[in-house]
Design a protein around this ligand. Structure first.
Ligand SMILES: Nc1ncnc2c1ncn2[C@@H]1O[C@H](COP(=O)(O)OP(=O)(O)O)[C@@H](O)[C@H]1O
Ligand SMILES: [Mg+2]
Length: 290
């Protein structure tokens, strides 16, 4: 098969890992840099140019759409779908999972446990904060990633002033209960084709509450409970993602889903668990491309 990794960073670990896994399975692998793509509709048909050349020989793509490129990246994926190319993750699920509020709406509709969360459009923030026990609370911008855009407001006053600042800056956000009992830990579960293929526990660095590896968190292999595994699988299914990273917090009332990532980084999970996730993604494409 001709398989492309949609990525702006050819040298990135995840891109390299996918290229290697595909080559090992005798596929023709290439990197498609979104910034060199031209999306066109000509004579009523979707056409994709790469530089000056029409792309018409691709069988599958593995989108790696970064948070800074969500609109264009998902539009490109939708275009490839229209051109009949199999996409390991599709455009709408990328958009829906990328927006934290939309993601929580879809998860809760599917009866998947999520933290108490409020969209930051409330006219009465004092009442919202009252519902959450005033403080501490978590405030997040809708499209943040790598732990950037997540604030722990430890007092009622800092929560109110943060909310006022975000409103004045016209930044959309959610307000969420702070789950203190997770103690700076979360679980990152990789789901491929309806199966859990790897899981790790991440611990935030001293003094931080965010466990993202990009924020200095550390990771270790973990055996999931049946409930955690089932929550992760249901989250992937609800968001219609054949490949994703599901982040779970362990609470006193069981696991809750914190987010579902359509472009999970492979470096942390592959080096922590020793599992070749890229290979699983290639197998997924082989099984599902018609
Ligand atoms: N409600 C919460 N309670 C406790 N910790 C949280 C909460 N929300 C986020 N965190 C911590 O912050 C990290 C980043 O939050 P997350 O919502 O996953 O945003 P990002 O998309 O930036 O990774 C999580 O991995 C977790 O460690
Ligand atoms: Mg996260």
């Amino acid at each position: 098969m001709n398989i492309a990794v949609l990525s702006r960073g050819e040298q990135l670990y995840s891109t390299q890992s996918l290229l290697k896994a595909g080559l090992e399975r005798n596929h023709h692998m290439e990197v498609l840099d979104p910034s060199l793509c031209t999306l066109a509709i000509e004579n009523g048909k979707s056409v994709l140019y790469y530089g000056d050349e029409i792309v018409d020989d691709l069988h599958a793509v593995i989108p790696r759409v970064g948070a800074s490129n969500t609109y264009y990246g998902s539009s490109l994926v939708r275009h490839l779908q229209a051109c009949g190319v199999f996409c390991a993750v599709e455009a709408e699920p990328i958009l829906q999972s990328r927006n934290k509020w939309t993601c929580f709406q879809i998860l809760s509709k599917a009866n998947i446990p999520v933290p108490q969360t409020y969209l930051g459009n409330a006219y009465n923030f004092e009442a919202v904060l009252q519902h959450l026990g005033k403080a501490p609370v978590i405030i997040k911008i809708l499209q943040g990633t790598h732990g950037q855009g997540v604030i722990l407001a430890e007092t009622y006053q800092s929560a109110l002033s943060t909310i006022e600042t975000l409103k004045a800056a016209k930044v959309r956000f959610i307000i969420q209960e702070f789950i203190a009992e997770s103690k700076g830990c979360d679980l990152r579960v990789i789901v491929v084709d309806g199966k859990v293929v790897a899981a790790m526990k991440r611990q935030s660095q001293e003094g931080d509450f965010r466990s993202n590896l990009h924020r200095g968190g550390t990771s270790e292999v973990i055996e999931l409970t049946q409930k955690e595994e089932s929550v992760a699988l249901r989250a992937a299914k609800a968001l219609r993602l054949g490949v994703c990273g599901v982040d779970i917090l362990q609470t006193n009332n069981g696991p809750v889903v914190l987010e579902v990532n359509s472009t999970p980084g492979l470096e942390g999970i592959e080096t922590t668990t020793g599992i070749d996730i890229a290979e699983k993604i290639i197998h997924f494409i082989e099984r599902n491309r018609r």
